[in-house]
Design a protein around this ligand. Structure first.
Ligand code: NAI
Ligand code: MG
Length: 335
């Protein structure tokens, strides 16, 4: 088995090596190929996502990605490398599960998966400002083909994981030509999955319910931007960003990455929580490498550690253990 590892920026350099150690514990023969991407790489070379990184990622097919820093203002020649990588790898679905984990910051009863369309919506990258710099415009694109593909992914996942309901989240009342299309096509696909209940919510209402009653959600099927926002929100109920995993999947490829970013406020201190990346690696085992039993072992080891109160600082403050100590505990647990 072979894995392309891209640490990226900030805490990526801390949490990714911790997760690779855990993976090696369960797959000693794992072959790791390192590749570079990110803001630091851009500063050094003018390239945020080098071609050789894309080539390695495509050749290997399985990627573990940390996080990249992206400034919130335009920088000539720079765009988020993870957004580009998802596109170049044609990972059309981003699976973002949130389930209750035994930490004081989590909400009991929550067990949901946000299935986020990953290739279009407002993230097609067609954005510009007029010559005077006073009007910014971005294109939002929704296609039948991409919506059918993501809807089938959501319903199949619901079936495989014995989930009951898919909720389509959109803003079709204001955006009938784009989100309205998404909703309509998703309901068409739903007809092939009569065993799964289907309903839909406007995204603002969905946000309200996700805060008020997160346990009402099961599978959330949604365009790119809403999925990005709602999955961060849901992550709070799983115990926080340090615990929230994600997996991008394409037809033969997968990119595992945490929901969180490069966390510049704590980078370099060795205190970041590696759980999100460890659980992302477990998703790679479950959905891409078809090794659900090994994924279960990792999930169980994380659960056991958290149940004992083995916490990093994001959960318990100053007395939390370090990134490396937490990874040691998970490795020891896995034997
Ligand atoms: P962030 O997710 O990096 O951090 C938000 C807060 O959560 C911070 O207080 C941080 O310390 C904490 N946090 C995040 N992950 C943690 C972990 N594993 N352990 C403990 N605490 C953790 O989001 P923020 O601050 O909005 O963005 C920082 C940078 O990351 C920006 O440049 C942004 O563009 C980038 N970013 C990259 C993403 C990616 O590469 N996929 C996703 C989100 C943000
Ligand atoms: Mg995000």
């Amino acid at each position: 088995m072979k894995l392309c590892v891209i640490e990226g920026d900030g805490i990526g350099h801390e949490v990714v090596p911790a997760a690779v150690r855990v993976l090696r514990q369960v797959i000693p023969e794992l072959e790791v190929v390192s590749a570079e991407a990110g803001w630091d790489r851009f500063q050094d070379t003018g390239e945020a996502l080098p071609e050789e990184t894309v080539k390695t990622a495509k050749d290997v097919g399985a990627v573990l990605f940390g996080a990249c820093s992206s400034p919130s203002y335009a920088v000539a020649g720079y765009s988020s490398p993870i957004v580009s990588l998802r596109k170049r790898m044609e990972t059309f679905a981003n699976l973002r599960p949130t389930r209750f984990l035994p930490v004081p910051t989590a909400r009991a009863g929550v067990d949901l998966v946000v299935v986020r369309e990953n290739t279009e919506g407002l993230y097609v990258g067609d954005e510009h400002t007029d010559d005077a710099g006073n009007t910014g415009t971005a294109t939002k694109r929704i296609t039948r083909a991409a919506t059918e593909r993501i809807a089938h992914t959501a319903f199949r996942l619901a079936r495989n994981e014995k989930r009951k309901r898919v909720t389509i989240v959109h803003k079709g009342n204001v955006l009938p030509q784009t989100d309205g299309l998404f909703r309509r096509v998703a309901y068409e696909v739903a007809k092939s999955y009569r065993d799964i209940e289907t309903d839909d919510l406007l995204v603002d209402t969905a946000a309200y319910w996700m805060v008020k009653e997160p346990a009402r959600f099961d599978v959330v099927l949604t365009p790119n931007l809403y999925g990005d926002i709602l999955s961060d929100m849901a992550a709070a109920w799983g115990g926080g960003l340090g615990l929230a995993p994600a997996l991008n999947i394409g037809s033969q490829v997968a990119v595992a990455e945490p929901v969180h970013g490069s966390a510049p406020d704590i980078a370099g201190k060795g205190i970041a929580n590696p759980t999100a990346v460890i659980l992302s690696a477990a998703m790679l085992l479950r959905h891409h490498w078809n090794k659900p039993a090994i994924a279960d072992r990792i999930d169980a080891a994380v659960n056991a550690a958290l149940s004992r109160g083995d916490y990093t600082a994001d959960i318990v403050g100053d007395k939390g253990m370090s990134t490396a100590e937490f990874a040691d505990i998970i490795c020891a647990q896995l034997g």
